[in-house]
Design a binder for this molecule. Structure first.
Ligand code: NAP
Length: 305
């Protein structure tokens, strides 16, 4: 995919002097790669991960100026700290870094759930540090520092969910960072974010994991046929189901209410579809398929397919 505004020499001053990424998988390493390439996001990039192995790989890839195994050491002197680990790790990470955050620094994140992040991290943020929760709506089923790429956020949305009273300049700097990553930004109320993401992302993943489990539970000979003859329908589910188990465990457990509400609605609609199939209600089935096609067409028109 072409990314005309990504490579090239810096055209503006860096948004931040030192950007620290806590977690460097698909999302963190994509940000590091873009920041490296553009030069106008951060003058210095410091990376922390849970394991030495990941940090060694980051050094080999050349996508950070410095790596630190200790998150507290990683955030020292940073004017932007971004949590890029699974959301279930945020509370512990925030507790470890809080005393070491520089006054005036912006603390942000990329977590897929927003109310839980505000609940877990918000109370730990020291006075004088600005907390700007955010979520890039872009991803693949791959994880780890090798999976990142510079086009990941190109033309996609990043949603910011700051709580009322957050420093406007800090929010504007995070918006600037994401636009330089190629994303469009929008501000959203955290509870609304979690409901929207429950239907567009979390429920589809839950269905994909479940359908793959159902296929795997089939008798041996049928299971082999599923693998041999997987047409695009099942194959598309397996792509989504190949996602990182820890990341998705944390997303489901941290967006519990919204996910369960959407699942309940989905199960009612699936029951209605089952009834239509049972009673041969052709018009109902056709109408549902047509609505699906319309949604797909509108995604293509908005270049979000
Ligand atoms: P990932 O590829 O699995 O990478 C996770 C990173 O976090 C790794 O560097 C890992 O270090 C580190 N980490 C894992 N557990 C940790 C812990 N307990 N404490 C500290 N660091 C830990 O993950 P990702 O896909 O980039 O996702 C990162 C965040 O982005 C998540 O919060 C997710 O909700 C959000 N997000 C993901 C997507 C997506 O499609 N993947 C899209 C939007 C937002 P080691 O390698 O050393 O274990």
């Amino acid at each position: 995919m072409p990314s005309p505004n990504l490579p090239g020499k810096p055209v503006a001053d860096p948004v931040f002097k030192r950007l620290t990424l806590l977690g460097v998988g698909l999302i963190g390493s994509s940000i590091a790669r873009i920041a490296r390439l553009r030069g106008d996001i951060a003058a210095e990039i410091v990376v922390n991960a849970r394991t030495r192995q990941t940090l060694d790989r980051v050094l080999q890839l050349g996508i950070a100026d410095r790596v630190e195994l200790d998150p507290a050491a990683a955030v020292q002197g940073a004017d932007c700290v971004m949590l890029c680990a699974p959301v279930g790790a945020f509370a512990d990470l925030a507790a470890r870094i809080a005393p070491h955050l520089a006054p005036g620094a912006v603390l942000t994140d990329v977590g897929s759930t927003k109310q839980s992040v505000i609940r877990d991290v918000g109370p730990l943020v020291p006075a004088g540090v600005h907390f700007v929760p955010a979520h890039p709506i872009a991803g693949t089923e791959h994880s780890g520092p090798d999976s990142g790429f510079v086009e990941l956020f190109q033309g996609r949305w990043t949603l910011l969910t700051p709580v009322p009273g957050t420093d406007e300049a800090a929010i504007a700097r995070i918006e600037d960072l994401w636009r330089r990553c190629g994303a469009q930004t929008e501000r959203m109320e955290p509870a609304h974010h979690d409901r929207v993401l429950a239907i567009v992302s979390h429920l589809p993943h839950l269905i994909a994991f479940t359908i793959c489990g159902t296929a795997d539970d089939l008798a041996d000979e049928s299971r082999q046929e599923v693998v041999n003859f997987a047409a695009s329908g099942f194959r598309d589910f397996t792509r989504i189901a190949a996602s990182d188990p820890v990341m998705w465990r944390d997303v489901f457990l941290n967006n519990r209410e919204a996910l369960l509400e959407m699942l309940q609605r989905f199960m009612e609609d699936a029951q209605a579809m089952a009834r239509a199939v049972r009673w041969g209600d052709a018009a109902y089935i056709e109408d549902k398929v047509e609505r699906g096609r319309k949604i797909r067409r509108s995604l293509i028109e908005r270049k979000q397919a």
